[in-house]
Every structure is written in C-alpha cells, then in structure tokens.
Design a protein around this ligand. Structure first.
Ligand SMILES: [Cu+2]
Length: 200
C-alpha cells in the first residue's frame, strides 16, 4: 500500500513537471492531449500501414487541413490563417452523434483540442513559426480522428526529423512526394513517409 502511494506521488510529480514544460513551450494552449501522446512514441519509426473505413464524415476537415499544410509549405502565413479558420469551422460543424457511442467521448476530446489549434493558426497570420507549432499537434489530432472516423482518401504520415531543433514532427499528406510544411522553402524536401493510411 505504502509502495503504491509513493509510486503514485512520483507519477504525479513527474506528470506535473512534464505538463508545465509543455505549457511553457506551447505558451497558451492548455490542452496538451495529443502532444503527450506523440511524445511517448518514437516518432521516426516506420509503422505498418493502417487500414481505415471509407467515410465522408471528415471530408471537409481533411480538405482544409491539406490546404493549410500546402500554405505552410510555401511559407504563406496569411493563407494558412484562412484555412485555419475554415478548418476551425469544420471541426465545429462535425456531428459527433453520427459516430459510434463507444468513441464519442474520445472524439469530443480530439475535436476540442484540434479546434483550438486550428483557431490559434487562424489568429496568427504573420507568425508562421507559431502556426507551425500548432500545426504539429493538429496533425496528431487529425490522425487520431481519422483512425476512428475513417477517411475519404488514402493518406501518408510523413516525418521530418529536423524540425524544432531535431525534435522532429509529423504531418499528413495525400501524396508520397515530400513537401515539408514545417521547414517550408528552407528545406522543403526534408522528410520520409512513416505510415500509409489506406481506405478499406
Ligand atoms: Cu497559439
């Protein structure tokens, strides 16, 4: 019993400092849900393909995410903000009640977090580095979302080992051709496909 308590408090202490660190880094995003998930895995590992259901439920979300990604690739902060707004609206309109009951709680969390990131991107025209910080967690959210809801198209998860002082970051693309949204024109070809997401 005592041992359990000590372990528990140790866990709480490390959780606390971790959360604080994340908060400092993201500056003004309280919900670090996906950030923590992505930090636990080896982000550079090549994963076996994942098959998802065919679904139109997230078509508008995926379309605007990809347009946002393309704006970041060409270092266009203003366009990224515009698509961030459209994406924010798409998350708000997403009807969770059409999804299976078992997933609704998790979907609510993902949508809420992703919506915040999209909103920050929409409000930070002119600050592309800050938009890119939010885009990283947004990308993790979108992948988590698609694995549950399904997708209307095949996607690739691409990983850039250079971004953020070699912390690395992933994004989703509809093509295997590497166009890096984190480094933009500085190093547009940096990255490799780490997972294929294929529609059944
Ligand atoms: Cu922000």
């Amino acid at each position: 019993m005592k041992k359990t308590l000590i372990l528990l408090s140790l866990t709480l202490i490390s959780w606390g400092s971790f959360a604080q660190h994340e908060h400092a880094k993201m500056n003004h995003t309280e919900n670090g849900r996906s950030k923590m998930q992505s930090n636990m895995a080896d982000k550079s590992a090549v994963l076996s393909p994942v098959k998802v259901e065919r679904s139109e439920a997230v078509t508008v979300i995926i379309t605007n995410y990809l347009a946002l990604k393309d704006a970041l690739v060409v270092d266009n902060s203003g366009k990224a903000a515009d698509y961030g707004k459209l994406l924010f609206d798409a998350f708000k309109k997403f009807d969770i009640s059409t999804q299976s009951k078992a997933h609704q709680k998790e979907l609510t969390d993902i949508i809420e977090d992703a919506g915040e990131h999209a909103e920050h991107i929409s409000k930070n025209s002119g600050n592309i580095e800050h938009q890119r910080e939010h885009f990283e967690t947004l990308s993790t959210d979108l992948k988590d979302l698609i694995v549950i809801t399904g997708s209307d198209r095949n996607l690739y998860q691409v990983y850039c080992p250079m971004y953020n002082n070699r912390e690395g970051a992933a994004w989703l693309s509809s093509s295997e051709v590497i166009k890096n949204p984190y480094l933009g024109s500085k190093m547009v070809k940096c990255g490799n496909v780490t997972q294929e997401i294929t529609v059944k």
